[in-house]
Every structure is written in structure tokens, then in C-alpha cells.
Ligand binder design. Structure first.
Ligand code: GLU
Ligand code: MG
Length: 437
């Protein structure tokens, strides 16, 4: 390690932009107890940079970015570039008290409530898609050629992710132009969201070192399928026993799992403001992009907001441990801590309210007649970020999970984003977001 190596102490902000300050790597130890300075108004920065006009924060205030050493990541230097080093931080007051707008805190509190009320631990993984923004004609979807033409990027990005502790499972070419997907191993709730932040930054940086740009924007080209972030969630009891599996019930989803799913579906419109968080997001969530064509629960159904991926019993796999829910309506413009925390809280609300497990959508929702389409929530997602914000404003339950200042800051940023693209066509909006994310 050269003495001038830097380690970045960072947080993921409300627009899912990673921001922070760096100290000398050699001096990280001296910053673990009190962190580095931070400013409340930073939480009202819009993804492109300017502060949102509507903000609860002004020129006054001091905070700290307090490193969580468990999240320390270092990817050693190689012939392509210097070392990458970062530590994810909680945002705290200068006396160490939690700050009410810290996204990691938002998720931590949701996880605590799940533990207290259901005795449940969350195991999750964020499955990311992204595109390399290349001028060259793309190879065929899912093809070996698409992957090999991108070498050495795929191998090097997997190396870097392993080194960063992100535990990548697979690398695959996806459907759209130069689109790839990297599923990662599941981890405990907070660690899963941390891993999502790390994965995006590492993928972007390794692509940059190869003279390319990796974009996680929800939609790069409105004529193609978009880049999803599918959030896989499982619940276990404190002994590690699965809580979502019951072989005697439809789709082997336990009663608790059904109620949990029903809570997520009930609050889906408002959740969209937090999980599909930018102006192009809603366009990705239109039918036949295999993102979310219906606000429904569907076994193995890639057009359902909540999919139950088929457990694999081949090779002796145990279905009980595998059975889980996949929330498909998120993308990388969403803060992973807010997204996962809100989804979990919606599920918990479904259990608390003893909601009936939803009916199972076992066909392409595009093939349903009008009555069935209505029953399975076809077309029920908000059609724009504006509509999602209205749904959030109207859903007192979801809004109530956010500290008042967090809500105000969040909505301020989102309104600024809507204003910044007002009057642009969707192609130009997508181009702008591809340049940011
Ligand atoms: N690209 C799709 C999306 O936007 C997902 C395709 C798939 O992996 O099923 O969510
Ligand atoms: Mg995919």
C-alpha cells in the first residue's frame, strides 16, 4: 500500500448517489470513532447536483459520517488502476445519536421491528442489471458472444467484486444491448443493501477503467427492456428456520408469507415512489418488459410485481430454504436501504393486519380478460413518478414510516427531478439518466 492511498467514507443518499469524503488509508483507524464531517443539506442534493429548492435543510447544521468497519472494502491496485477503498457510513449527529434521515437507520429500524414482532430475520439479495454504453452493434441476447466480446471486463469485474466481498454468483448476458446481470449471494438485510451499494460502484469503476461506461439507469433505450434491481427476500426465525415455506399451501408459500406478500401488494403504489424512484422508472414498469406488468403475486411469473422463484430440487436442493419472494419493481435510482426497509415494513403491515394471501397469477397478465386483469392489478402501478409521489402522499401508512424531514427532503428531490425533465421526450430523459446512473 502506498502511503497516499485514500479510503472513502461514504453514504448512499436519497437519490442513490454515493457521496462522502476520503482520508488517508493509513489513517483510517484514527477516524473510526468519530468519522468525518457531513452536512444535512447534502441530503437534499439532486442526482445531477443542484440542491432541491424544497428542503428542510439550510445552511446550518453539522453531522458525522460514522464508518461501519464491517463494510470496509478494498480492491487492490492492478495494471488497470489504483486501489479502490471505501467504508460505508451511518449518518449521525455530532454526539453520535442517530440522524432521523439516515437511510441505513431507516432499514435498521425496519429490521428491528421485524425481529421484535415476528421473530424474523431477513435474508436478501439485490439482483442488478446494467448496460455498457457502447456504440458497437450488440451481440444476440443472452449469447456467449455478448459476454466474450465484453472481455476482459466480465472477468475483471467478477474478480473485483469477489475482492470487495460482494460474493457475485454469476455473470450473464441479458436481453437488451450490451446488457448484463450479476446476481450475488444473499446476506442479512443490512449487509444485503450495503452489498448493492458496493456492487454498483465497483461495476461502474471497472467499466470506466476499460474505457466504457456501465449504466444502471432503469431504461437506457425506451424501445428495449430496462435494467431492473430485483430484490429477493426471505424470512427466517431466530434459529434460522424458513418462515415463508409451507408445502401444504398453494405455491408452498406459508400463511405468514402470503400475508406479507399481500401487505406489499396493498402498498405497491406508494412503495413505487421509493423503489422506482426516477422519471424513467415508471416507463420500465410497463407490460412485456418482464419487469412488472401486474401488481400481483405469481409463482415463476416474470410479469408479476412479486415473483416466487421456483425452488430447485434438482441435485438435492431443499425447497424449504429456497422459497422466497422477489420484488421486481425496483431499480438503481432507488436508495437500497429505503427500498428494502419500505418493502419489509409493507410486508409486516400485511401480517399485522392479517391480510388474506393474494391470489396467484399463473399466466402472462397481458392475456387476462378485463375482469381478471382488474383482479390481478394489471395497469395498477402509477404511470409516472408524479403519480407515485401522489400515491405516497395519500398512503398515510407508508408516509408514516418516514421521519417528517426525511419525507420532505425526499419529495423535494423527486419534484426537482420531475421539473428538470419536464417537456423532454422519454428518449432524452433516458439519456440523461443513463449519464447519471
Ligand atoms: N430486465 C427486466 C427488468 O427490467 C428483468 C428481466 C429478468 O431478469 O427477468 O426488470
Ligand atoms: Mg435479468
Amino acid at each position: 500500500m502506498s502511503s497516499a492511498d485514500l479510503v472513502a467514507l461514504v453514504c448512499c443518499d436519497l437519490g442513490a448517489i454515493v457521496r462522502g469524503r476520503s482520508v488517508l488509508s493509513a489513517e483510517l483507524g484514527a477516524h473510526l470513532d468519530a468519522g468525518v464531517g457531513w452536512v444535512p443539506a447534502n441530503m437534499s442534493l439532486t442526482p445531477r447536483g443542484p440542491l432541491a429548492d424544497a428542503t428542510p435543510f439550510h445552511s446550518v447544521g453539522d453531522l458525522r459520517l460514522l464508518p461501519d468497519v464491517d463494510t470496509h472494502v478494498r480492491v487492490e491496485a492492478n495494471s488497470h488502476g489504483g486501489a479502490l477503498e471505501l467504508v460505508l457510513c451511518d449518518i449521525v449527529e455530532t454526539d453520535g445519536c442517530p440522524w432521523d434521515c439516515c437511510p441505513r437507520r431507516f432499514l435498521r429500524e425496519a429490521l428491528e421491528d421485524l425481529r421484535e414482532e415476528l421473530g424474523a430475520c431477513v435474508v436478501a439479495s439485490f439482483e442488478h442489471e446494467f448496460q455498457l454504453l457502447e456504440e458497437t452493434p450488440p451481440a444476440a441476447p443472452f449469447s456467449l458472444a455478448a459476454q466474450w466480446r465484453a472481455e476482459p471486463f466480465p472477468s475483471q469485474v467478477m474478480d473485483a467484486l469477489i475482492e470487495a466481498g460482494a460474493q457475485p454468483e454469476r455473470y450473464l448476458a441479458e436481453f437488451s444491448a450490451h446488457q448484463f446481470e450479476i446476481p450475488v449471494d444473499a446476506a442479512e438485510g443490512l449487509a444485503a443493501a450495503d452489498r448493492a451499494v458496493v456492487l454498483r460502484e465497483v461495476v461502474r469503476e471497472i467499466a470506466r477503467r476499460h474505457g466504457s461506461r456501465a449504466s444502471f439507469a432503469p431504461l437506457v433505450n425506451p424501445a428495449e427492456a430496462g435494467n431492473g434491481v430485483h430484490i429477493h427476500l426471505n424470512l427466517r426465525d431466530e434459529e434460522g428456520q424458513p418462515l415463508l415455506y409451507d408445502a401444504t399451501r398453494p405455491a408452498s408459500l406459508s400463511e405468514l408469507g402470503g400475508r406479507f406478500a399481500a401487505g406489499i401488494l396493498r402498498h405497491a403504489a406508494a412503495l413505487g415512489a421509493l423503489t422506482a424512484a426516477s422519471p424513467p422508472s415508471a416507463v420500465r414498469l410497463t407490460p412485456h418488459r418482464w419487469s412488472t406488468g401486474a401488481v400481483a403475486l405469481g409463482p415463476a411469473n416474470r410479469e408479476a410485481l412479486l415473483r416466487i422463484p421456483s425452488p430447485v430440487t434438482l441435485g438435492g436442493g431443499d425447497p424449504a430454504g429456497q422459497l422466497h419472494l422477489e420484488y421486481r419493481a425496483a431499480d438503481a435510482t432507488a436508495n437500497p436501504y429505503l427500498a428494502l426497509g419500505a418493502i419489509l415494513r409493507a410486508g409486516l403491515e400485511g401480517v399485522r393486519s392479517e391480510l388474506d394471501p393474494p391470489p396467484l397469477l399463473e399466466v402472462d397478465p397481458g392475456r387476462l380478460d378485463a375482469a381478471e386483469a382488474q383482479r390481478f392489478g394489471v395497469g395498477a402501478l402509477p404511470r409516472s413518478l408524479e403519480e407515485s409521489l401522489e400515491a405516497l402522499a395519500g398512503d398515510e401508512v407508508v408516509r408514516g414510516w418516514m421521519a417528517p424531514r426525511l419525507y420532505e427532503a425526499y419529495v423535494g428531490i423527486k419534484r426537482a427531478e420531475i421539473d428538470a425533465v419536464a417537456g423532454l421526450d422519454i428518449g432524452e430523459t433516458c439519456r440523461r439518466y443513463a449519464a447519471i446512473y
